[in-house]
Write a protein that binds this ligand. Structure first.
Ligand code: ZN
Length: 172
């Protein structure tokens, strides 16, 4: 296994609702490994299974600077949302683009880990944004549906990077 092909906007699989995972299998475990590999290779902070063509409720994320804090969420459900943040957001399924998106500042989510054990996670700022973005993917929702500003080319994102000294799409 290894890198998976990332589906892009226009591919109808991205618009379908993903199904809950009932049990962990070697096949799904390999999928999770591949999703991490694919996400890290593309320098993304999150990836949802439908983005690699699998309609299962599985998300991988890593918003750490060291790229060494992998999080798997299976069957995630957002329990609480609080506050508001607006910032630039991108998606591996919409390469080379970004747009301003308004999201909750803080979220609490429950999910299963890859051993299918339940856990809860609270995230703020970029992690909160990522959780909302990825759980949307499981419903067939893309950030371009909920964006609050125009879709821009990433060349313009360089300006953000220079302004706040942070190349990531959501700096606050
Ligand atoms: Zn995305």
């Amino acid at each position: 296994m290894g890198l998976r092909n990332v589906r892009e906007l226009g591919d109808e699989i991205l618009r379908k609702k993903s199904k809950p995972v009932k049990e962990m299998t070697p096949r799904l475990s390999a999928l999770i490994d591949d999703m991490f590999e694919t996400m890290y290779a593309a320098e993304g902070v999150g990836l949802a299974a439908p983005q690699v063509g699998v309609l299962k409720r599985i998300v991988v994320m890593d918003v750490s600077e060291g790229r060494d804090e992998p999080i798997v969420m299976i069957n995630p459900e957002i329990l609480e949302m609080e506050g508001e943040q607006t910032g630039p957001e991108g998606c591996l399924s919409v390469p080379g683009k970004h747009a301003e998106v308004k999201r909750a500042q803080k979220v609490k989510v429950k999910a299963l880990d890859r051993e299918m054990q339940p856990f809860e996670l609270e995230g703020e700022n970029l992690l909160a944004r990522c959780i909302q973005h990825e759980t949307d993917h499981l419903e067939g929702i893309m950030y371009v549906d909920v964006k609050t500003g125009p879709l821009l080319d990433n060349a313009e994102e360089e300006e953000y990077a220079e302004e706040d000294g942070n190349g990531e799409t959501s700096g606050e």
